[in-house]
Write a protein that binds this ligand. Structure first.
Ligand code: FE2
Length: 213
C-alpha cells in the first residue's frame, strides 16, 4: 500500500500565512455585498474600499481519501460596516455533522454560531485559544479588534460548505456590533427568519448522505 507522506507546514501567526501552502484564496470587501445589515454604510465603504482584501485563506487539501483533514490559516482585516464588525460570509458544512477546530494565532475576534433551530453561541478568540465548532452549527468569524485576526483551522475533507444557509434566513439571528464603549455586544437581528421544519430536516439529512452523493 502507498501511504501518504507526513510533512510540515509553518504558520505565520502575524500575517496569517501558511508557508508552503499551495493555495491562496482572497475575498475583497465588494465580494461581501449583502451580508451586512446597514447596506447604505456598506455601499459607502465599497465606493472607496471595494477592492481591498478583507480576508484571505491559505489551506492544504489532502487528496488521499475521504477520511483526511483540511487545514489552513485565515487572516481577517479589522473594521466595521456601520456598527457591525467585519466578518466572514459564514456557512454550515454541506455535511452538517462535520465539526471544525479554530485555533487563534493573533488578534481578537469571536466565532458566532447558530443551530438550525436558531440557538446562538459566541466564543471569543485570542492567540492560543482553541474554539471547537461542533457538528450542525452554522459558523461565522468576526474580527472584534483593531488588528488583523489570524486563526488556524482544521475540518474533515468531506465537510463542504453551504454558504446560502445564512442568506435564506435573512442573516444570522444575532448581529455582533460595537457597543460604543470599546467593546462588543450581541444584538437580535430583526430581519432574521426562522428555518422551517422542512429546512431543519434537510440539514439533518445531510449527515446521512453517502460519499459522492
Ligand atoms: Fe467551516
Amino acid at each position: 500500500m502507498d501511504y501518504p507522506e507526513p510533512f510540515q507546514l509553518k504558520v505565520d501567526p502575524r500575517h496569517g500565512r501558511l508557508l508552503g501552502s499551495p493555495s491562496n484564496y482572497q475575498k475583497k470587501l465588494s465580494d461581501l455585498a449583502g451580508i451586512y445589515r446597514d447596506s447604505a454604510a456598506f455601499d459607502a465603504l465599497a465606493q472607496t474600499d471595494g477592492d481591498r482584501v478583507v480576508y484571505a485563506v491559505q489551506d492544504y487539501r489532502p487528496a488521499f481519501g475521504d477520511n483526511e483533514l483540511i487545514f489552513g490559516t485565515t487572516w481577517m482585516a479589522p473594521g466595521r460596516v456601520g456598527d457591525e464588525f467585519f466578518m466572514t460570509r459564514g456557512h454550515i458544512h454541506a455535511r452538517a455533522d462535520r465539526p471544525e477546530i479554530y485555533h487563534g494565532q493573533s488578534g481578537h475576534g469571536l466565532m458566532l454560531m447558530e443551530s438550525p433551530e436558531g440557538d446562538t453561541r459566541t466564543v471569543e478568540i485570542w492567540a492560543d485559544v482553541v474554539c471547537y465548532v461542533p457538528p450542525f452549527w452554522i459558523h461565522r468569524s468576526v474580527n472584534l479588534g483593531d488588528q488583523p485576526l489570524v486563526m488556524a483551522f482544521t475540518y474533515p475533507v468531506d465537510a463542504g460548505q453551504d454558504y446560502d444557509v445564512i442568506a435564506r434566513s435573512n442573516g444570522m439571528r444575532s448581529l455582533i456590533v460595537d457597543d460604543g464603549q470599546g467593546g462588543w455586544v450581541e444584538r437580535a437581528n430583526p430581519d432574521w427568519r426562522p428555518r422551517t421544519t422542512n429546512q431543519i430536516e434537510t440539514i439533518h439529512a445531510t449527515a446521512h448522505a453517502t460519499v459522492g452523493a
